[in-house]
Ligand binder design. Structure first.
Ligand SMILES: *[C@@H]1O[C@H](CO)[C@@H](O)[C@H](O)[C@H]1NC(C)=O
Ligand SMILES: *[C@@H]1O[C@H](CO)[C@@H](O)[C@H](O)[C@H]1NC(C)=O
Ligand SMILES: *[C@@H]1O[C@H](CO)[C@@H](O)[C@H](O)[C@H]1NC(C)=O
Ligand SMILES: *[C@@H]1O[C@H](CO)[C@@H](O)[C@H](O)[C@H]1NC(C)=O
Ligand SMILES: *[C@@H]1O[C@H](CO)[C@@H](O)[C@H](O)[C@H]1NC(C)=O
Ligand SMILES: *[C@@H]1O[C@H](CO)[C@@H](O)[C@H](O)[C@H]1NC(C)=O
Ligand SMILES: *[C@@H]1O[C@H](CO)[C@@H](O)[C@H](O)[C@H]1NC(C)=O
Ligand SMILES: *[C@@H]1O[C@H](CO)[C@@H](O)[C@H](O)[C@H]1NC(C)=O
Length: 454
């Protein structure tokens, strides 16, 4: 499923505006050229002026009618009279699970990080690609961190001992295995895929295939709701429901992501353990003035409680254009701006946050944009702060493979690109991934654009 719920819309909009103004100017040129070639003809001039008039009138009518349509259209599936009471869909007191992994949270070993990938029944290829690439956490785990960044080991902060020792001591039952060297430790990371019921022809055969897939891989959670774009909020709440009902005292961190998101698991673990990731030339554009100093300890992650971490959008404006994928009518949200929220392509939280968000969601009316709902409306209600991290990003816009060496997540990645990226990242001879020059801070960097956000 191509899930993309956030402010990525800004760029396509700019493109549309640009291409419109380009085509306008080129057609103006054509008109000008043809009129100049017949400049003696008065007749043509009159024709030209009146056609401009007609064009202006036409544009005026279009703008006027679309303004009239603003806020008129209802959101598919969430019409004005539809119940937005979460309990009507999530059934807090009932078991809504259709399929679940048999031993995810039942084995005696704790899970340090549970990555929940929102997928859908039809996306087998995307799931299989993740299993074979970054989701293969027996290979792509913390020991790879040092290898990824090889000779740049003086340009990042090591994991914070206090952070990981506490965790290892708490989670390992026998003392003999407690590690003296963090780099030898492999953290238990689990990747699961979350599905609903396909809205179109969820045939018995398709359900049989999903059952079979879970028997083979044991990594599927299927919840009882109709899986569609405008139901992604329900998907995320059902994720919280399943995790909080099944994994109490078992899971420390939970990451929500999509099946077209690439997650650099070693980098994520290193950040969760209080370390920092080195800067690369290709990751510089993601930082801002407060996050760029990666070797300063204020840029270590320090919270271990009430954490909600991701790419934070501030002052995002509600979209009233009925043609947009993110259109929101007044009856669903009457404000003009959303509270700060995190991109839904990847956000991370602690188990205690999951409990608070789940409980809070039951009494917050449904809003169909999943990330705005959960990380803004519900998080505000239960007073959970959103923490920005520059290395969670909502696009893979540069198509620069080196960026994934130094990032945590990027999005809108096809299965073929994912395979290519993974081969690149795990090929440990990255001679081409340049780090910034020593004096880069004195160079003109566009780091100011997000500064209002902190
Ligand atoms: C609710 O609205 C939809 C479309 O707007 C309409 O088809 C339906 O009849 C309405 N239902 C009720 C109970 O008013
Ligand atoms: C909920 O239903 C699923 C599927 O039938 C089952 O595997 C699971 O054990 C049930 N959970 C509880 C808590 O009863
Ligand atoms: C995961 O990596 C291990 C070790 O390299 C390999 O044996 C295994 O086949 C991989 N699993 C998948 C699903 O690709
Ligand atoms: C850092 O990397 C250099 C070069 O690869 C290596 O000689 C050195 O031992 C490393 N230092 C640490 C602390 O790992
Ligand atoms: C670990 O060892 C210490 C002493 O070395 C002991 O006090 C503690 O109970 C041990 N913890 C476990 C879980 O066995
Ligand atoms: C959302 O899921 C509910 C419960 O399965 C279903 O009744 C509803 O039609 C779905 N809405 C959309 C927009 O898919
Ligand atoms: C859950 O939410 C309800 C309603 O908002 C609130 O009264 C209750 O205290 C919350 N419980 C917990 C454990 O947060
Ligand atoms: C690693 O990268 C090098 C240089 O680009 C390439 O020649 C080699 O085939 C790659 N190795 C693997 C296993 O992909």
């Amino acid at each position: 499923m191509k899930i993309d719920l956030n402010c990525a819309e800004k760029e396509p909009l700019i493109e549309i505006v640009n291409s419109r103004s380009k085509s306008n100017s080129s057609s103006e040129k054509q008109i000008y050229n043809s009129s100049s070639s017949t400049r003696n003809s008065r007749h043509h001039r009159i024709l030209f002026i009146s056609s401009i008039f007609a064009l202006l009138l036409f544009v005026h009518i279009i703008i006027f009618s679309s303004v009239k349509n603003y806020n008129k259209r209802e959101v598919f599936g969430w019409s004005k009279n539809k119940s937005r009471d979460i309990s009507d869909y999530v059934f807090p007191n009932e078991n809504t699970t259709i399929i679940e992994p048999s031993n995810l949270c039942r084995s005696p070993e704790n899970i340090f990080l549970l990555i929940v990938v929102c997928s859908s029944a039809a996306n087998f290829e995307a799931r299989q690609t993740i299993r074979e690439t970054w989701g293969n956490v027996s290979e792509f785990n913390y020991p790879m961190f040092q290898k990824l960044h090889g000779s740049h080991n003086s340009s990042y902060l090591q994991a914070n001992n206090k952070h990981w020792k506490q965790y290892i001591e708490k989670s390992s039952s026998d003392n003999s295995s407690s590690q003296s060297n963090i780099n030898l430790a492999t953290f238990r990371v689990s990747v699961v895929f979350l599905l609903g019921i396909s809205p179109t022809d969820m045939s018995d055969e398709q359900q049989y295939e999903i059952n079979y897939e879970n028997e083979v891989y044991g990594d599927i959670i299927q919840e009882n709701f109709l899986d569609s774009y405008n139901n992604l909020t329900l998907k995320s709440i059902l994720m919280l429901k399943w995790v909080t009902n099944n994994c109490a005292d078992k899971v420390k961190y939970i990451m929500k992501s999509d099946d077209d998101t690439f997650i650099n698991v070693p980098n994520l673990l290193h950040v969760l353990l209080g370390g920092t990731v080195p800067l690369y030339k290709s990751t510089l554009p993601y930082y801002d003035k407060t996050t760029i100093y990666v070797t300063k300890s204020k840029n270590r992650l320090s919270e271990t409680k009430h954490l909600l971490l991701g790419y934070k959008f501030c002052n995002a404006k509600k979209i009233s254009n009925t043609n947009s994928k993110w259109y929101v009518p007044n009856y669903l949200y009457s404000g003009d701006y959303y509270p700060d929220y995190l991109s839904g392509t990847a956000y991370l939280f602690t188990f205690d946050t999951a409990l608070m968000l789940y409980n809070g969601s039951i009494s917050v009316p449904l809003f169909h944009l999943e990330d705005v709902y959960l990380t803004a409306f519900v998080a505000e209600k239960v007073k959970i702060k959103r923490t920005h991290h520059p290395l969670f990003f909502y696009q893979y816009n540069t198509k620069d493979k080196c960026s994934m060496i130094g990032m945590i997540s990027q999005h809108q990645i096809s299965p073929a690109e994912m395979q290519e990226l993974y081969n690149f990242v795990t090929n440990l001879t990255h001679i081409h991934c340049a780090v910034p020059q020593k004096n880069f801070m004195s160079m003109k960097l566009n780091l100011a654009q997000r500064k209002r956000c902190h």
